[in-house]
Design a protein around this ligand. Structure first.
Ligand code: NAD
Length: 703
């Protein structure tokens, strides 16, 4: 079956894009459109051409599978298709419903007329990939909807509905009935009334105050864009539409587009876009796997995580039965959930009615019995293997066969938890991040015995509740916490070597991290790590787990919650204030461990902390704990504040060059006092560096 259906209906040729899911404009589709337009043009019976979509709408634009491949710029290029349509001697009418985005909207703008359905959703979202619309969107959209509205759409990438565009030239008509029928009627009228060809490029743009307008736009966009060059380039392209003749404007748009395509920021954003799509693909999962139903959800524990997890489900309309041990804990949990929603209510992002609707989806309980009919139960009780044992034994006894039993454990062994049940195939880890209702990241932990359909179901459910789900294997810390532990160790070493928390945090924040490691530690609470180190010290008496944070904890400095940690905090404020008392503690620690402080540069801080992440990421990929390096990037980007414009630690490693990363790691490993095992390049990293390869190119485990 062709991806484009061609049908002549009286004097009208109907060209229907039929390339699910979003009628993307890949090379094959572009060829088909050019051929079909030529065929209709050559047919003497045809007086007008209707271009219409099927399925989800008109067209979602470029085919993402072609990104970065020769196909994306092979002829006919989208610009060639657009020219073929614009130059067609018979009127071409775009009939638009559903998705009409990116290249799809640019294609529609090349048509001579447009008829829209109410369901149409229009956007030029290229800026979100660090680009601008490169097929005339920046030149044509201002001509039809006005400069200011077009600039807003292009700079923000926001989606708008026809309602918002009423009164502009975008739509010549709005469909009153079924879109195909309305488009046919409209086309017949165009033919009957000999309305002829109307090209957007011929529309004049009047803007007497253009200079002042664009200066203002440049200033405000620059302030908001931070390190991203694309928004400002969007302004320049739209300015060209106003200031230059159409063809010169098109040339300017192309130059700016090509320039952006070469920026590291756009490469990073495109990598993330692809990574998000790749993450849902589970290696080795047969297509035939059936997804289990997940209509009724149980959550055990209404604490910090249980509350947030419950909100994630009810936000997606899924009813939750929430189990606690005491009425008091249950009431506290429910009150926190309500309070969180009230925040959204105050901000205007939620209405009173939908708040009540969501809360009504929660069935609180102190009994296990109501969990019997659940399709999936998430456990979020204390991080204690004995407490988890009791919960899983009870769930195993009560919950119906075929249900999925999930644990939100951060650090306990999921396989051990699975063995508390007689159905380890149905057990999985759902490692939410705090606050679970806000954070989009979800590590889906596949245990040794987790069944394929359990995993596939968990991934599908994650999508339903709007999470970015990444499959992780069982190990200490899974992907993210295992990496952040290494990052924290590297930062701690630098602290002991001679830097202060504020210098380390500032260097990493300048690199782009949302928060430096010591501010993050203060926020999370230093006592958590302290407890872990005490436990480990007891388990491994020969290893040294000592840490400056231990001395801070001994002094009652647990971080923000005690208004003192690596920094001090004023009452009611979250600003981290450098504290001479902490400098003194660090100095004492240096003396005790016989370290002579040296000068540490900001570049060294970034190199050590970020390369420690990359090195651990390489081990994680090599061991198969993560399926691919882009999954590691997604975890670190979405869970730990890594800057999107650097694409994630592994992508950053690729862009620095793995040879450079490996060389630096070897240098650090050989430096005095360094932990050589920690710093030696991971086998995968060493091998890829040797072979001149990147993580992105690495497709499988080396073992
Ligand atoms: P929490 O102390 O805030 O909440 C735990 C809740 O579980 C309490 O309300 C407690 O009353 C309840 N509970 C204890 N035993 C129970 C039982 N037998 N039946 C029913 N309820 C019981 O803890 P939390 O921070 O929400 O952590 C919960 C789990 O999530 C832990 O495994 C933790 O490691 C994991 N986790 C925490 C975070 C985080 O940032 N806090 C992040 C990811 C995962």
């Amino acid at each position: 079956m062709s991806n484009l259906d061609f049908e002549v209906n009286g004097a009208v040729a109907v060209l229907r894009l039929n390339n699910p899911p979003v009628n993307s404009l890949g090379l094959e589709m572009r060829r088909l459109i050019v051929d079909a337009v030529a065929r209709a043009e050559a047919d003497p019976a045809v007086g007008a051409i209707v271009l219409i979509g099927s399925g989800k709408g008109f067209s979602g634009g470029a085919d993402i599978r072609e990104f970065g491949t020769p196909k994306s710029y092979a002829e006919p290029h989208l610009l060639t298709v657009i020219r073929a349509i614009e130059d067609c001697t018979k009127p071409v009418i775009a009939a638009i419903d559903g998705i009409c985005m990116g290249g799809g909207l640019e294609l529609a703008l090349a048509c001579h007329y447009r008829i829209g359905a109410e369901s149409a959703r229009l956007a030029l979202p290229e800026v979100k990939l660090g680009l601008l619309p490169g097929a005339g969107g920046t030149q044509r959209l201002p001509r039809v909807i006005g400069v200011e509205a077009a600039l807003n759409m292009i700079v923000s990438g926001a989606t708008v509905s026809p309602e918002k565009l009423r009164g502009t030239h975008l739509f010549d008509a709005l469909a009153q009935a079924d879109l195909t029928t309305s488009a046919l009627d409209f086309a017949r009228t165009v033919v009957a009334e000999r309305r002829g060809i109307k090209r957007v490029r011929d529309l004049a743009i009047q803007m007497p105050n253009a200079e002042a307008f664009f200066q203002f736009a440049r200033n405000s966009v620059k302030a908001a864009a931070g390190r991203y060059p694309a928004p400002l380039a969007c302004v320049e392209a739209v300015a060209a539409a106003v200031q230059l003749p159409f063809d010169s404007g098109m040339k300017r748009e192309r130059e700016l587009f090509v320039g952006l395509m070469a920026t590291p920021e756009s490469a990073a954003l495109r990598h993330i876009f692809q990574a998000e799509r790749a993450a849902s693909h589970i290696d080795g999962m047969p297509d035939s796997v059936a997804i289990r139903p997940t209509k009724r959800i149980g959550v055990v524990g209404a604490g910090t995580m249980g509350g947030g997890i419950t909100m994630s489900f009810i936000n997606a309309g899924l009813p939750v039965t929430l189990l606690e041990t005491t009425q008091e804990a249950l009431d506290r949990g429910l009150a926190t959930i309500r309070r969180n929603y009230q925040g959204a209510l105050r901000k205007g992002s939620l209405t009173e009615a939908s708040l009540e609707q969501r809360l009504a989806l929660i069935s609180p309980t102190l009994q296990y019995e109501p969990l019997r009919e659940m399709d999936l139960v998430v456990e979020a009780v204390f991080e204690s293997i004995e407490v988890k044992r009791k919960v899983f034994e009870k769930l195993d006894e009560i919950v119906k066969p075929g249900a999925i039993l999930a644990s939100n454990t951060s650090a306990l062994n999921l396989d051990a938890i699975a063995r508390f049940t007689k159905r380890p195939k149905d057990v999985i880890g759902l490692h939410f991040f705090s606050p679970a209702n806000v954070m989009r990241l979800l590590e889906v932990v596949r245990g040794a015995e987790t069944a394929n359909d359990t995993l596939a179901t968990a991934m599908a459910l994650a999508k339903t509740i709007g999470k970015i789900a990444v499959v992780a294997g069982v190990c200490d810390g899974f992907i993210g916490n295992r990496m952040v532990a290494r990052y924290g160790m590297a930062a701690h070493d630098l602290l002991v070597a001679g830097a202060l928390p504020q210098q380390i945090d500032a260097a990493l924040q300048n690199f782009g991290m949302a928060m430096g490691p010591f501010r993050m530690a203060d926020l999370a609470g230093l006592d958590i790590g302290w407890a872990v180190r005490k436990r480990r010290a007891a388990e491994f008496p020969n290893e040294d787990f000592s840490n400056v944070a231990d001395i801070l904890c001994e002094a009652g400095r647990f971080g923000q919650k005690t208004a003192a940690g690596f920094y001090r905090y004023e009452a009611g404020a979250r600003d981290a204030i450098p504290d001479p008392a902490v400098s003194a503690i660090i100095e004492r620690y240096r003396e005790e461990t016989r370290v002579v402080a040296r000068k540490v540069s900001d570049a060294e801080i970034v190199e050590r902390c970020i390369y420690a992440l990359i090195n651990e990421g390489a081990r994680i990929v090599d061991e198969g704990i993560a399926q691919r390096s882009s999954d590691v990037d997604l975890v670190y980007l979405n869970g730990y504040g890594f800057p999107a414009y650097r694409g994630g630690p592994m992508f950053y490693g690729d862009s620095v060059g793995l040879i450079t990363v490996a060389r630096a790691l070897r240098r650090i490993a050989a430096s005095p006092g360094a932990d050589a095992a920690f710093w030696t390049p991971a086998p995968l990293l060493a091998r890829l560096a040797q072979e001149g390869q990147t993580f992105s190119e690495f497709k499988g485990r080396s073992t």
